[in-house]
Design a protein around this ligand. Structure first.
Ligand code: ZN
Length: 1001
């Protein structure tokens, strides 16, 4: 558009700088600057490796030339996305640092290390101007991120917005089998530095792009090893990537709740310090580009609606621009529901930024191959009008083209609208602070008298790592609370939670003691605290039936720590101080005396104490007792002889309160030992057991790490181990025995010159063999010899079905849907050492766990007695045969609960071949709650199928025990409240019969 001179200057004056930029940039055509020479050789290779012209775009079908900036070829020896080229993380970093040396537009930051000590980096790219102002811009973004610092002043915010440029943070290859993003990000970095086309220049001048090219560094290097092995053995099958990171595989993208992994902590810290407006995570499991930022419902219920609008804006722009480029298969809806906050990108969603995620199409390596899609992938749907092709030759270069093109269109759009998104960033932060005045709640309170101060501190430290501010009450305070329904959970008439409106809640006052922790909701990061501490409700009739992940994560319940949601704004006026430094529970030795007692409260630090002082003799009290003027729970530790300074130091460090007394309490005890533990893994999957290893490592519980193959070779397991822990595998019982099919070549997993990153965790010459029948026999002998075998979920199914557990059988569920839900369990036998330190009820994570039946005979199925037969009278009447005097009806057998075995009848005793002796019968420790109390959080449907069934069973066998879990006590670093069920079993492994009442017959 053209104006006469005076009119134009007036017009420009009337526009803000940003509006002008939008008008100016709207005329920019994507594509190369004809005046800038291209790197012809590199460009030729791009075209050669792209399998069809429509798999590329005007943004990436050339590479601009530079005389002084090296291209990715300098490190790769070929172009990004070239067949056969998969760089290690170190090579990617080497290239990024070459760029940094060659250009003032690049700065590389080290952001931490992985579990195995490998570096993680973030690469900042922008114009010289932007790079030189990183720190002053950071100071402005920090103010926008915390509007309290400018007194929520709109004019001040606008001035900051006008002066600032946004930060767009891109993270690559968190999923190690999704291999394309490192080379795509190397080339993207080069383009952002070198390309003088108006399109890329506009990005460079308006957005600071921050790139972590490899998120899962340990897993990346292992994946490159496997790929190189494949290249060296062209006609063979290659080993699957059994280990990604040191602990977990795909679940590394489910850690933004518990923050157990270093990669999550490093990205979180980078996010908190850079204050980016976007965190954009790259994945490669859907053809050809699923911008699943928008995804599908239900959306997370705690994020700001401004954010979900932003998802739509950026996502649809993305699809629209790439559609115009003629690239097939770009879409923005799909089967990803946006409910769980556990994904890495959700760090932004829950901290006032914008979360984004791409799924592009990768070949899990750098081979160019013909890919045939399934109808579900290539059919046209309402949201995918230009679907992927049913069949296409696909290359890593194609993938790199899609990744870069999509990122460039997003960066361009973001840069064009940078003021809008910066203002939104401010508004979302402000609305987070306004939470108590708007939707509420006002705060969450963690009472100062929680019986588990150690686990409470652990939960609070996780919130601190999320950037949440905490306060601590300096005096008691009283607030009004919504009155709870009886029995801790809302009463329900059916097994499934109902959505019927409840009458207006009544309120009651509650006084919290001084020392209570207050998580105020008038802070910028209130949303993450609210999301993590609140309860989740997923309606059984939700139209989303393809549930993507866990439906519940309520941290207080899973941590076995009380968390009170307070709507009453009076809580914000309670006398309190901001907490500085990490929350620690108080520890030390109180009083004086030669004997030391420690209350068993199921705080996880107790197991650390036991192993730290492993040579000190300790005992467990089998009954409650009083000492030092206090009440002690069953299982409390009694130490008759210890070096007091050692004990004091460890108790201080671990936050454990020890009481010294003159004499040991007169209570029955047994030795509390620190036994030898083995974690047994398969070569099928190590995903879920990784969460066990990280839990044990964090609490410094030593263990040997053995595979099913080791067990198959060791007939005398008991000589080496006291406890074998077999975490869920997720492959079924037969696969545990059989392993992988033996048809083709051996699949080695070991450190060699070709594969230097394999084998450090465990190794084998051939991943295929499973436990086998020898291994099964060895395991059964281990138990008979006195060992403890702990199984969970599908490994419990394995133990039941392969004859470890006389008297227990498993039902197949028909209707149950407990999808990553939290369910209530109830204590059945509080005298069992496994229950030490726990109360009457415990919320536990459940993923459609096995439904157990209990019987006193081998092969019995348990269950309820048959109802009366057809005949005369009402259901309660006896039937009466006609034509004779009525027979005397024997006393009916006593009522049997679903978690109990039917009583032994005299008829069974006549020739009691299958009758299990009373001391070898299954002992139920916890059961699922009654239907009406079962639901705690998430999705529960058809719950009556599992209600009241045994949840945790201690099954004696020979001299040993098998412990069966239907729930999962170690899950994603979130279930810290149930860890101690396993630790109790471990510490009391040779005295699990303590407190047991035996049946008479
Ligand atoms: Zn992925």
């Amino acid at each position: 558009m053209t104006f006469s001179r005076p009119f134009r200057s007036l017009f420009i004056l009337a526009l803000s700088v940003s509006t002008f930029a939008i008008i100016a940039n709207a005329q920019i055509k994507p594509g190369r600057d004809p005046n800038q020479p291209i790197d012809q050789e590199y460009t030729n290779k791009i075209r050669e490796y792209t399998t069809a012209p429509y798999f590329n775009s005007p943004l990436t079908d050339y590479l601009p030339a530079s005389t002084d900036i090296p291209t990715p070829k300098a490190v790769l020896g070929d172009v990004a996305g070239a067949p056969g080229k998969l760089p290690y993380a170190e090579d990617v970093y080497k290239y990024m640092r070459m760029l940094e040396r060659a250009s003032p537009r690049v700065k590389v930051f080290s952001i931490g290390t992985t579990e195995e000590g490998r570096e993680m980096i973030a690469v900042a790219i922008g114009s010289e101007q932007l790079i030189s102002k990183i720190e002053e811009n950071r100071a402005r973004l920090t103010k926008l991120a915390d509007p309290r610092t400018i007194n929520m002043d709109e004019a001040a915010a606008d001035a900051l917005v006008n002066a600032s440029f946004p930060v767009y943070y891109i993270t690559g290859t968190i999923h190690s089998t999704e291999t394309g993003s490192p080379t795509a990000l190397m080339e993207l970095a080069y383009r952002l530095v070198v390309d003088n086309s108006p399109y890329v220049k506009s990005i460079r001048d308006s957005v600071l792009t921050l790139i972590t090219p490899v998120v899962e560094v340990d897993g990346r290097n292992r994946m490159v090893d496997v790929y190189n092995w494949h290249l060296a053995h062209p006609n063979q099958n290659w080993p699957g990537l059994i280990y990604w990171g040191h602990y977990v595989a795909h679940d590394n993208n489910r850690d933004a709740i518990g923050l157990s992994l270093k990669l999550t902590r490093n990205v979180m810290n980078t996010y908190l310090s850079w204050k980016p407006q976007v965190l954009h995570d790259l994945h490669e499991s859907v053809p050809y580009l699923y911008d699943n930022t928008i995804g599908d419902g239900p959306y997370n219920a705690w994020v700001d609606p401004i954010l979900t609008d932003e998802w739509q804006m950026i996502g649809w722009n993305n699809v629209s621009e790439m559609t115009k480029f003629g690239m097939p298969g770009v879409f923005a809806h799909g089967n990803f529901d946006t409910w769980s906050p556990g994904y890495l990108m959700f760090i932004a969603a829950t901290h006032n930024g914008i979360s984004r995620l791409y799924e592009t199409f990768g070949n899990a390596g750098a081979d160019t191959v013909e890919r045939t899609l399934s109808p579900g992938e290539y059919q046209r749907t309402w949201y995918r009008q230009n679907p992927p092709l049913p069949k296409a030759k696909w290359s890593q270069r194609n993938n790199n083209n899609y990744q870069q093109t999509a990122l460039l269109t997003s960066l361009y759009y973001f840069g064009n609208n940078s003021k809008l998104f910066l203002k939104n960033f401010y508004l979302k932060s402000k609305r987070s602070i306004d939470k108590p005045k708007q939707e509420g709640p006002a705060a969450y309170v963690l009472p100062g008298d929680d019986p588990r101060p150690g686990n409470q501190a652990e939960l609070l430290r996780t919130l601190q790592a999320q950037g949440v501010e905490l306060s601590k009450a300096t005096a008691p305070f009283t607030v009004s609370l919504r009155k709870k329904a009886s029995s801790g959970a809302p009463a329900r008439s059916s097994s499934s939670p109902s959505a019927s409106p409840t009458p207006a809640p009544k309120t009651e006052d509650r006084t919290f003691p001084a020392g209570s922790y207050i998580v105020r909701m008038d802070q910028p990061y209130s949303r993450i605290a609210d999301a993590l501490l609140d309860y989740q409700y997923w309606a059984p009739n939700d139209p989303q039936t393809d549930i993507y992940d866990d439906t519940a994560w309520t941290m207080g319940e899973l941590g076995n720590v009380e968390v009170v949601r307070v709507v009453d704004a009076k809580v914000l006026t309670a006398p309190m101080d901001r907490v500085t430094g990490e929350v620690r529970s108080p520890g030390g030795i109180a009083n004086a005396g030669a004997v030391y007692v420690i209350n068993h409260n199921a705080d996880n630090a107790l197991v650390t104490l036991r192993y730290r002082l492993k040579d000190v003799e300790m005992e467990a009290a089998e009954e409650r007792f009083e000492a030092a003027g206090r009440k002690f729970n069953r299982g409390s530790f009694i130490v008759r002889k210890a070096n007091v300074e050692d004990l004091r130091r460890v108790a201080n460090e671990l936050g454990i309160q020890v009481y010294a007394v003159a004499d040991a309490p007169s209570v029955k005890t047994h030795p509390l030992r620190a036994p030898r533990i083995a974690m047994m893994h398969t070569w099928l999957s190590t995903q879920d057991e990784g969460w066990y290893r990280i839990g044990l490592d964090q609490l410094q519980v030593p263990f040997a790490y053995i595979s099913t193959q080791d067990v198959s070779r060791e007939p005398n397991l008991k000589s080496k181990y006291d406890v074998i822990l077999f975490a869920p595998v997720g492959r079924g019982a037969q696969a545990i025995i059989n392993g992988l099919p033996m048809y083709s070549n051996p699949l080695p997993w070991k450190k060699t010159q070709l594969t230097p990153n394999l084998g450090a965790i465990d190794e084998t010459d051939d991943m295929r063999p499973g436990l086998g029948w020898n291994g099964l026999q060895n395991l059964q002998k281990f138990v008979k010899d006195g060992g403890l075998f702990i199984t969970v979920d599908d490994t419990s199914d394995f133990a039941v079905n392969y004859g470890f557990t006389a008297g227990v059988s498993v039902n197949r569920s028909q209707r149950l849907r407990a999808v990553g839900a939290i369910l209530r369990t109830k204590s059945v036998d509080a005298a069992s050492p496994i229950a030490y330190g726990y109360g009457d009820s415990l919320a536990m994570y459940c993923m459609n766990g096995p439904i157990f039946n209990i019987n006193n005979g081998v092969g019995g199925r348990g269950g309820r007695p048959a109802p009366r037969a057809t005949g005369r009278g009402t259901p309660d009447d006896p039937d009466v045969p006609q034509g004779r005097t009525p027979a005397e009806i024997p006393e009916p057998p006593p009522r049997v609960e679903p978690w109990e075995a039917p009583p032994v009848m005299d008829e069974q005793l006549r020739n009691a071949v299958g009758l299990i002796p009373p001391n070898q019968r299954p002992r139920v420790v916890l059961r699922y709650a009654d239907s009406r109390d079962l639901f705690v959080s998430g999705l529960l449907d058809g719950g009556d199928e599992i209600a009241q069934r045994a949840a945790i069973i201690d099954v004696p066998s020979g001299n040993g025990h098998v412990l069966l879990f239907s729930t999962n006590p170690f899950w994603r670093g979130q279930t810290k409240g149930s860890y101690f069920l396993v630790f109790n079993a471990i510490l009391n492994w040779d005295n699990l019969n303590a407190g047991r009442k035996l049946a008479e017959k």
